[in-house]
Design a binder for this molecule. Structure first.
Ligand SMILES: Cc1cc2nc3c(=O)[nH]c(=O)nc-3n(C[C@H](O)[C@H](O)[C@H](O)COP(=O)(O)OP(=O)(O)OC[C@H]3O[C@@H](n4cnc5c(N)ncnc54)[C@H](O)[C@@H]3O)c2cc1C
Length: 459
């Protein structure tokens, strides 16, 4: 690549072009997952849409591999690439809440925490994930599950409009009336179609919630999993509750007498009063043995969203495997319990996130994300601070997944995949896959945006 071209890009950008000899390079290339170590040729820290257009044009004209980075939380590090150009949106922060219309405009560098912080004073929230440091961009484009999913659907179900810089450098706005096919693809199709420079979401009434984790000793996992499975379909949709097989962390504020014990947990959020929340939880707690601790209480929604942040700092080793789950027969529960018992570290976990309720009220072909008939999105995550444990985390994640996969629905959530899954898994879009391929052919025929769970153009 001609150095004159690089100089021109650096001059155009309002943000910063960080090359390998830049003092910030080592820090700028770091991703959330410490297992991933990518060395891009350059990182274009964009300040605005004009910067994004310049970066896309520069990457295309110079035939560079391009990665798009929002929050940098992607498991396999698809927000970066080796020897290519990273279009880094992390500087593009800004949230504008329109309380009268209950909409929220979000810039692509925002984390979930940025959005929750901005909406909370208005008694509103956008349904998203469960850890505040996650980027809203990547999470949304893959689907987005969290505590509010049962009542208000996936994050994409609240996505009304997106501004996008396409592969040819042109700028479009996609909504239900303009470029509606593009909006359809963005709702679950990941970063395949262009760089989203603004999201417009519908917001929902959420303020103080009755929420928090309850941990039981793992010897009660069978009873809890059966109860949770049978209880969930009749639970009010105001209650979001995910199940986890975990270990009590050996750190404050966890009770010292339980440190390091294998556990099963429910982490729940009732969007309403404590009285109604307790009533909603009562059927699942009835007749179960006493928990090790029950930390459910009244708190602002953003406090719940940030609750796990201190235990999950940037730079830990992560290995992910996911599946959609339709039913949880007793045989599957036994396999889960046996596999979780082999967990290689205290942070490693298995979570089942509900995707029922409002998610099921959208048709399978209404958006790219198609697993509308699943009941849970399962994730197995091997996590530890020690890089020497990377192999053990991977081996455990793979063995656990292979053991439970026969009980699960085909296909998985693209945001819970590493990059070792193969194209067949990405084809999990089912009947929507062919339409996604046609859309890719229309908006990115040269597959410029291919550092993602890639949908290849037809030609
Ligand atoms: C601790 C943790 C908790 C999580 N919890 C949840 C959860 O509760 N629910 C859930 O659904 N998921 C969850 N996830 C998964 C999360 O959705 C994915 O990791 C997602 O990729 C993160 O998005 P990001 O913007 O931070 O990622 P990045 O690494 O920045 O980007 C990931 C990919 O998204 C695309 N992308 C990002 N920004 C843009 C853009 N502006 N335009 C076009 N494409 C873009 C690119 O293809 C890129 O490859 C969690 C992840 C972590 C690490």
């Amino acid at each position: 690549m001609h150095s004159k071209a690089k100089t021109e890009l650096a001059e155009i950008l309002r943000g910063t072009l960080i090359e390998r000899d830049h003092p910030d390079y080592e820090d700028a290339r770091k991703l959330y997952n410490g297992m991933i170590d990518k060395r891009p040729l350059m990182i274009a820290r964009c300040a605005d849409v004009a910067d994004v257009i310049a970066a896309v044009n520069f990457g295309r004209e110079n035939e560079l591999l391009i990665a798009i980075r929002g929050g940098g939380h992607n498991g396999p590090g698809l927000g970066s690439c080796d020897d290519g150009l990273v279009i880094d949106l992390s500087m593009m922060k800004g949230v504008r809440v329109d309380p009268a219309n209950r909409t929220v405009q979000v810039s692509p560098g925002c984390t979930q925490g940025d959005v929750d912080h901005a909406t909370h004073p208005f008694g509103l929230a956008v349904p998203a994930g469960i850890v505040s440091t996650t980027g809203i961009a990547g999470l949304t484009l893959g689907g987005g599950t969290g505590y509010l999913t049962r009542k208000y659907g996936l994050t994409i179900d609240s996505l009304m409009e997106a501004d996008v810089v396409l592969a040819d450098g042109s700028f479009v706005t996609a909504n239900e009336t303009e470029k509606s096919d593009l909006l359809w693809g963005l709702r679950g199709g990941g970063g395949n179609f262009g760089v989203v420079t603004s999201f417009l979401f519908r917001a929902h009434p959420v303020s103080m919630v009755y929420a928090g984790p309850i941990f039981w000793d793992q010897k009660h996992a069978r009873a809890l999993m059966q109860r949770y499975r049978d209880f969930l379909p009749s639970a009010p949709e105001e209650l979001g509750s995910f199940l986890g097989l975990k270990t009590v962390l050996s750190t404050d504020p966890f009770p010292r007498e339980h440190w390091g014990k294998r556990a099963c947990a429910l982490v729940s959020c009732y969007n309403g009063s404590a009285e109604l929340g307790e009533k909603a939880m009562a059927p699942i707690l009835r007749d179960l043995p006493p928990p090790m601790f029950n930390w459910m209480g009244v708190m602002p929604f953003p406090s719940l969203q940030g609750m796990f942040d201190p235990f999950l700092p940037k730079g830990l080793q992560w290995y992910w495997k996911g599946d959609y789950v339709k039913a949880l027969p007793d045989e599957a529960i036994e396999v889960h319990i046996a596999q979780a018992a082999n967990s290689p570290s205290e942070l490693s976990l298995m979570h089942l996130y509900p995707i029922d309720g409002a998610v099921h009220r959208v048709g399978k072909d209404e958006m790219a994300w198609s697993a509308r008939d699943a009941t849970w999105s399962m994730v197995i995550a091997g996590i530890d601070p020690n890089p020497e444990k990377a192999g053990a985390l991977q081996r455990w994640g793979k063995a656990y997944w292979q053991a439970v996969h026969p009980f699960n629905q085909g296909g998985g959530y693209v945001n819970f995949m590493m990059d070792d899954e193969g194209e067949a898994r990405v084809k999990a879009y089912g009947d929507n896959f062919d339409r996604l391929v046609a859309l890719k052919q229309k908006f990115d025929p040269l597959n410029l945006f291919r550092v993602n769970q890639n949908i290849r153009p037809s030609a």
